[in-house]
Structures are given as C-alpha cells and as structure tokens.
Design a binder for this molecule. Structure first.
Ligand SMILES: Cc1cc2nc3c(=O)[nH]c(=O)nc-3n(C[C@H](O)[C@H](O)[C@H](O)COP(=O)(O)O)c2cc1C
Length: 401
C-alpha cells in the first residue's frame, strides 16, 4: 500500500528532503551539534550507593515490555534517518544491532517516502530486525496533511509496531524552508490517538516536553511520549550550520533552548503519575545516564547521536561494543543501588542537586492527582477531556479534524 499525497512536484521536494536528511547526517557525524552549554542535567541526579546489594549481578532484570513486545534492556535507538542509500545503510546497520541486543529501534522521518514512494526501501529493516520493536516516524504537519490513514500506511509499509510523531518547532523556525504555523496540534494528535491508541509515541527532538504539554497530550489520548530533552543533539545548531544571514544569527541564541532531559522526565512523571510511558532521550551517553533517567521517572532511555557516531567511527562492531558497555553500565548501576529491576530503581533514593532542583521548583509540583485533573496544571481542560476520553461510545478511527 503506497502513501502518496503530493502529486505535483513531489519528486522535486523528495529530492530536497533527501538532500537535507543527508546533510543532517554529515553535520551530525562531525560538527559540534551538541553546544557546550547544552546540559541534560543528568549530572544533577546522584544515585545512592547501596553497600549491601544482597543480590547477584545476574539477578538484575533489565527486560521490559514496550509496544506489546519484550525488549531485553530499556533502551531505544531513536529515529534518525531515511530517504537515501546512505540512510538505508545506517538504518539497516543500526536495526540489525538493535535486533541482536533486543533493543527497540526507530527509523527517521518518513516524509521522503511520502514524497517519493521509491524511497520506501531506505526505511525497510524488518528483514534484518524481525523481532525488534520497530517505530516509524512522521512530523506533526506531515501527519496532518496525510491524515490518519496515511499515517497508518506509513507504519504498514515498514511493518512497524508503532509510529513516533515528532514535534520540532524550534528546528522548523531555524530552517528557511521550515513551518511557521503550529496551530491545531492537539486536535491532530487527538485524532491520531483515537485511531492509533497505544501505537502512537509523541516525541520532541531535543527541546523537551514539559509537564503542561505532557498533561495536554495525555488528555488528547496519548499514552507514550519521548521527552527528547535538551542536552544532546541540538537541531537548532544543526540547522544553524545550514543557514546563513539573519536565520543563522537568530539561531545562535537558541542552540541551548529547551527543557533539560532530566528536568523534563522528572517533572512529567510527577505530573502524570503512572499514566504515561516515558522515554528519556536527549544527551544520554552512558548506561549510568540511562540509570539516572530511569531513577527520576523514565521507563526507557533513548539514544541517537552516540550510536550513529559509533557506526560512523567503527561500523557495526563499534555499535555492538557501545551497546554492550551501555547495558553493562546500566546493570551495574542497578546492582549498586540495590535494585533488581528498573521499577525498583525508580523507588530507590536519589539526590537531586543544583540546577535540576531549580528547574523542578520552577516547573511546579503539579500532579494529575485523582485522575480527574484535580491539582493538575490544566485542571479545567483536563477534567473535561478525561471524561470525553472515558466515554464508551468513542470509536477509534476517522479523519483528522
Ligand atoms: C542524525 C540524527 C537524525 C535525527 N532525525 C530525526 C528524525 O528524522 N525524526 C525524529 O523524530 N527525530 C530525529 N532525531 C532526534 C532523535 O530521534 C532523538 O530525539 C534525539 O536526537 C536524542 O538525543 P541524542 O541525539 O542526544 O541521543 C535525529 C537525531 C539525529 C542524531
């Protein structure tokens, strides 16, 4: 089944999209796309050592359920690319590693294959990753233009288990050709959530999802988010390298814009309780970073840049080595905090220091409370939509309104 939405000039724009995605890969492999001021604030999370763990290392259980499948460690190789032959090689190599290590894997934005269906093969990794939790990817504006059926087709075409809907307002504003109109986002997401339910993951792209937005997303029917916070790859910085003149100068002061990953995860978890599955990506570089993210509320950690760079530097063997190290560090962190599982890690004590405490104080102590929106950041809207969401006559499917 083919998704085609832009008959006129579609191939020309596919060419531009593919060129842009390859330029992103070039920049991400070598340029300083993580400005030094960027900070995930995971360094402000201190796990507390347990001198008497009372367990064997092999008793630590990292496996967890994600999109209805079991993954061997709570780690997602975040969506990065697609479109070109180069992107195809990256996707296939990383998906193969995800399969071998039992991790989840996402492809990058599938926009190129919408514009030119011949690009679809660059996202097709099922043959090398038959058991992997595979996640498709589409931007909010593109999703609005292809509708729920188009989004479902994107998933079907690559046999994905789920689709990531990416939010990237800061990046779009830095792209000369980017979107400038971000209206009706929640309405679009509500339609998608109604149709896709638990197969929809809403993600940022390095600027973070805070508690207010998370609550509205939950309210719109979303069950999973990737906060993709500040601290790693900066898309403003990437686009700044491609821009010139005024756009580049404006971008200069926004390369460190966003909610640090640790602040996003901790504040969202506090706001929504256990109602959302939370992936933490954005600046996670070690298994200890993953452990810290889990300790402050994430269900999974996600990484993009370090695994792409490992592939560039040393091929699949280097990626294999990196993943082994990350998983071993994570396992060790669990043991040394006396936690048998990521769930136990979340219950274990953590010390929050410095800027992260400031962020959490600033983001407020809101929570969904009794599930009816009492005490939440957006009490009125939440309560209304919660009831709407619980209405049994609400049928899934239908066009995006
Ligand atoms: C080379 C590259 C390309 C990316 N392309 C996409 C994309 O197409 N869609 C998307 O949702 N996120 C994209 N991302 C963002 C990642 O999915 C993820 O949210 C973020 O980069 C994780 O942070 P990290 O790179 O610091 O590990 C990309 C990241 C990188 C490094």
């Amino acid at each position: 089944m083919t998704v085609a939405i832009e008959p006129a000039g579609a191939k020309a724009s596919a060419g531009a999209t593919i060129e842009r995605k390859d330029a992103h890969l070039d920049l991400c492999s070598t340029a300083s796309v993580e400005p030094s001021q960027n900070d995930s604030l995971l360094s402000c999370v201190q796990l507390v050592h347990c001198a008497m763990p009372e367990m064997a290392l092999e008793e630590v259980v990292l496996s967890t359920s994600f999109f209805g499948k079991t993954i061997r460690a709570p780690l997602l190789v975040c969506g990065m690319t697609g479109g070109s032959k180069r992107a195809e090689r990256v996707n296939r190599a990383l998906a193969e590693q995800a399969e071998q290590h039992g991790l989840a894997f996402g492809v990058g934005s599938q926009r190129a294959m919408i514009e030119d269906p011949q690009c679809a093969s660059s996202y097709a990794v099922r043959d090398v990753a038959p058991k992997t939790v595979l996640i498709g990817n589409v931007g909010l504006a593109t999703a609005a233009s292809i509708g729920v059926d188009g989004v479902r087709n994107l998933m079907d075409e690559i046999d994905a288990d789920a689709i990531a809907l990416h939010l990237n307002a800061a990046q779009e504003l830095t792209q000369p050709e980017g979107d400038r109109d971000f209206r009706n986002g929640y309405r679009i997401i509500e339609s998608l959530a109604r149709c896709l339910g638990g197969r929809l993951l809403v993600k940022e792209t390095g600027c973070g999802i805070g508690p207010r937005v998370a609550l509205r997303l939950f309210d719109s029917g979303v069950e999973l988010i990737d906060v993709s916070g500040l601290g790693g790859t900066s898309w403003v910085r990437v686009e700044q390298f491609r821009a010139s003149g005024v756009a580049a100068d404006v971008a200069e002061h926004f390369a460190s814009w966003g909610i640090p990953t640790a602040a996003a995860v901790a504040s969202v978890r506090r706001a929504v309780g256990d109602r959302l599955t939370i992936v933490a990506s954005g600046g996670l570089r070690t298994g200890l970073d993953v452990a810290k993210a889990l300790a402050v509320g994430a269900d999974l950690g996600g990484m993009a840049l370090p695994l792409f760079r490992a592939l560039e530097a040393g091929g699949p063997e280097r990626v294999d080595q990196s993943i082994r190290v990350i998983v071993a560090q994570l396992r060790q962190a669990l043991l040394l905090t006396g936690s048998r599982t990521p769930q136990e890690l979340r219950q274990s004590p953590v010390v929050i220091t410095g800027a992260l405490s400031d962020w959490l104080a600033g983001l407020g102590s809101a929570s969904v409370g009794d599930g009816l929106g009492n005490d939440c950041l957006l009490p009125k809207e939440c309560r209304i939509a919660q009831r709407y969401r619980d209405r049994p006559e609400l049928v899934r499917g239908g066009p995006i309104v």
